[in-house]
Design a protein around this ligand. Structure first.
Ligand SMILES: [Mg+2]
Length: 242
């Protein structure tokens, strides 16, 4: 299982060492991402452009799973803070999106987050709406080393207004949902899977809780994706002639 941002891709551009690793293990790779702005088809398209045929059925994302979770709850009126693409997908799943008097506030990474949205969401929670959050990451790595503020940063603003929410439900890593769905789709037990990611608090901790092994690459360990590829071994004939 591979994390996406900072592991497989940065700014949805595939990293070359990750592409080599995926190509080598193509039929036993799943993507497990806290992304809440894109759909599995988007990641499958990015992978396909690098020649990697990973079907969307093996791509698990916090945003889509959060929408499915809320859709399964039934007829709730939902105040959804999310990218336009995710709002369209929510309507496709039959969610009733409202601006006022929601039963439930669903928070994802919303690059158009505003003071007015913060005000509406805070008052909805104050008035008793439930809170569902795609993921609690504060940032993820962007291009040229820049920070991309994540859903957790928006959540911090919301909780600053209303205090900790006892009934808050966070669906992404390190929670079990994405890992369990990936294990189910791949037909493997957690103990037979390995999670490769760059975030010890989500990829590492989430795997540990389920009894899954993890390999953490990037700044936290200094390990690189390249280190997970087998070494290039010169053919014996070349060594003899050298
Ligand atoms: Mg990551």
């Amino acid at each position: 299982m591979l994390d996406w941002d900072g592991c497989v891709a940065v700014n949805n551009r595939i990293l070359s060492d990750a592409a080599a690793l995926i190509a080598r293990h193509l039929d036993r790779v799943a993507i497990v991402s806290n992304n809440s702005t894109h759909l599995p088809d988007d990641f499958a398209d990015v992978l396909a452009a690098s020649g990697l045929a990973v079907p969307r059925e093996r791509i698990f994302m916090a945003g889509v799973e959060a929408l499915r979770h809320v859709a399964a709850l039934g007829e709730a009126r939902v105040l959804l803070l999310a990218a336009p693409k995710m709002r369209r997908h929510a309507r496709d799943l039959g969610l009733t999106l409202v601006r006022e008097e929601p039963d439930l506030v669903l928070l994802m990474r919303d690059a158009r987050f505003t003071y007015a949205k913060l005000e509406r969401a805070a008052n909805a929670l104050r008035d008793g709406a439930r809170l569902v959050v795609a993921n609690a990451d504060l940032t993820h790595p962007g291009p040229a080393g820049r920070l991309v503020p994540e859903t957790g940063a928006l959540l911090a603003a919301l909780l600053a207004c209303v205090g900790e929410q006892r009934a808050m439900h966070v669906l992404g890593k390190p929670g079990p949902l994405l890992f369990e769905r990936a294990c189910g789709a791949m037909g493997v037990a957690p103990r037979d899977a390995v999670m490769i990611g760059d975030n010890p608090a989500t990829d590492g901790e989430g795997a540990r809780r389920l009894g899954m092994r993890s390999i953490i690459v990037g700044a936290a360990t200094g390990l690189r994706m390249e280190d997970l590829l087998p070494p290039v071994v010169a053919p014996l004939a070349l060594l003899r002639s050298a």
